[in-house]
Design a protein around this ligand. Structure first.
Ligand SMILES: Nc1ncnc2c1ncn2[C@@H]1O[C@H](COP(=O)(O)OP(=O)(O)OP(=O)(O)O)[C@@H](O)[C@H]1O
Ligand SMILES: [Mg+2]
Length: 243
């Protein structure tokens, strides 16, 4: 069953067309990685998928919701779709536990004792059980990003979107965040993620999509794509990453 269906999506900012007819399907329990040069449209696509940007034409369906309808359906969509960005955006004046308990309580109306149990569970999942009462500024960047992921998971999403979640981190902290995402993938989470971590994409993503100038230039099973690029653009992109 398809959990994400992006069909012939076009997106323009003013006169500039940034997405030029993009179609991607992600099956339930599968991971798709978006790669490509800066400015190729990866973040824009992810934001369209979550309804943060309005598409110019085409259709997007995610977790059974059609994107781009009224505000009420967008709210429903956001309950089922988690998104994590490069910046963690934790509330600095709230503890880790409070940061995580907030959305289930406010958005879903979950009772406080239950949100606490959920927070403990998702914190354990990202390996930070002992940080429940810590404040964000007492954590490393990698730990803060893992809390941001836990906060998203507390909403029990059906699909997770990740946009370069390790890009702001020192290399030694990147691995711990990628390990959390890999575990999520193993546990069957449907994921669409933008990454510069080619090794991660190759190992964890079922499918990798190479975007170039607003189009899908090449896509396929990750291993095949990285080992045997069919276009000079992808070949160069993969080469330049190895360095
Ligand atoms: N809100 C906006 N208004 C106008 N142009 C935008 C807006 N957001 C993105 N763009 C343009 O759309 C193009 C694609 O940007 P996008 O952020 O999707 O690229 P990206 O592939 O995520 O790049 P990076 O790897 O640097 O994150 C760029 O040319 C960018 O300048
Ligand atoms: Mg981007």
């Amino acid at each position: 069953m398809s959990e994400v269906v992006i069909d012939r999506v076009h997106k323009s900012f003013g006169a500039v067309e940034v997405l030029k007819g993009v179609s991607i399907t992600v099956e339930r329990g599968e991971v798709t990685a978006l790669i490509g040069r800066s400015g190729s449209g990866k973040s824009t696509l992810l934001r369209c998928v979550n309804g943060l940007e309005k598409i110019s034409s085409g259709t997007i369906e995610i977790a059974g919701h059609k994107v781009g309808e009224d505000k009420a359906s967008l709210r429903k969509l956001r309950r089922d779709v988690g998104i994590v960005f490069q910046s963690y955006n934790l509330f600095p004046h709230l503890s880790v536990g409070q940061n995580i308990m907030l959305a289930p309580r406010i958005v879903k109306g979950v009772a406080k004792p239950d949100t606490r149990a959920i927070a403990e569970e998702v914190l354990a999942l990202v390996g930070l059980s002992e940080k429940f009462d810590a404040y964000p500024d007492e954590l490393s960047g990698g730990q803060q990003q893992r809390v941001a992921i836990a906060r998203s998971l507390a909403m029990r999403p059906k699909v997770m979107l990740f946009d370069e979640v390790t890009s702001a981190l020192d290399p030694e902290l990147t691995g711990e965040v990628l390990a959390v995402m890999e575990k999520l993938a193993r546990d069957g989470m449907t994921m669409l993620l933008v990454t510069h971590e080619m090794g991660f994409a190759r190992r964890v993503a079922n499918t990798t999509v190479f975007m170039h100038q607003g189009r899908i230039h090449e896509a396929g099973p990750s291993r095949t794509l990285f080992e045997n690029p069919q276009t000079p653009e992808l070949a160069q992109f993969v080469r330049s990453d190895i360095k």
